[in-house]
Design a protein around this ligand. Structure first.
Ligand SMILES: Nc1ncnc2c1ncn2[C@@H]1O[C@H](COP(=O)(O)OP(=O)(O)OP(=O)(O)O)[C@@H](O)[C@H]1O
Length: 255
């Protein structure tokens, strides 16, 4: 995907600087409030790391932003359009793509079948060949059943959806989960490539140090509220340990 295809061809000439905007969003599951008055933006072409301890509401926030959960209050704008009450499909069409934890691929289908199914209905061109150039590892696996590939290969297949759908806002939930460090490096390189095309990335990531090294901005959630929103360089290590792990990190733990 070129920068132009990501930001102008599909969505028209003028896209706002803020690809995704949350304003005073509150919500959760039925009567269970999880998010409280959450406001922040994900700028075009930038990677925003969404950090916070277990149960802080990171996954809930990604689900709410992608339309799987409806907020109880607040607004969500996608590429400048208020899509607070829009369905997940409508948000996807507006350029938003969620790569959920657990990858969201069809494990019993082949790689090629997965790629075909990932092409959205509204896509005007078959971009599979182009995507294979970004993920050369998939080229030799086209006829392999996805569930028999390694975890890293499955994650690459999951990430290919962001490229196939020409999304310009990509929400990523723990994409490094369970993968070897070398594979995580490869995946992070792909994410940087995606951001370089002009896409906005909101990244929930367990490896805080790696996430901060790659992120342009960081938002930290604590009990469903924004505890920090700024540059990674503004977040000192003590604040990370306090905010992320609570009362001190276990020795040797990667934060
Ligand atoms: N389906 C659900 N129904 C009710 N409550 C839920 C549901 N899913 C999550 N929760 C609750 O919402 C809160 C936030 O969970 P969430 O998964 O968003 O946190 P998280 O920051 O992503 O945590 P983790 O890092 O452990 O994935 C938790 O208290 C959790 O128990």
């Amino acid at each position: 995907m070129t920068a132009e295809s990501a930001t102008t061809v599909k969505h028209g000439a003028a896209l706002p600087e803020a690809a995704l905007e949350l304003h005073s969003v509150s919500g959760g599951y039925g009567g269970t409030a999880v998010l409280h008055d959450v406001s922040f933006t994900v700028p075009r072409g930038q990677i925003v790391a969404l950090l916070g301890p277990n149960g802080a509401g990171k996954t809930t926030l990604l689900r709410t932003a992608s339309g799987l959960l409806r907020p109880a209050a607040g607004t969500i704008a996608v590429n400048g359009a208020d899509l607070t009450t829009a369905s997940p499909a409508r948000r996807a069409k507006a350029g938003l793509c969620l790569i959920p934890e657990g990858r969201g691929i069809w494990r019993s289908l082949t790689v090629r079948e997965n790629l075909r199914l990932q092409v959205p209905k509204w896509a005007t061109a078959d971009r599979i060949d182009e995507v294979i150039e970004t993920f050369p590892i998939l080229r030799h696996r086209l006829h392999q059943v996805a569930g028999t590939m390694s975890g890293g290969e499955q994650q690459m297949l999951a990430l290919s959806r962001a490229f196939l759908s020409q999304a310009n806002i990509v929400l990523l939930d723990e994409v490094s989960m369970g993968l070897a460090p070398r594979i995580v490096d490869e995946i992070f390189q792909v994410l940087q490539k995606l951001a370089a095309t002009g896409a906005a990335l909101l990244l929930v990531e367990q490896y805080v140090t790696r996430a901060l090294a790659m992120a342009d901005r960081v938002v930290m959630l604590h009990r469903g509220a924004v505890a920090f929103d700024g540059l990674p360089s503004e977040l000192d290590e003590d604040a990370i340990v306090r905010g992320y792990l609570g009362v001190g990190a276990a020795p040797g733990e990667d934060v």
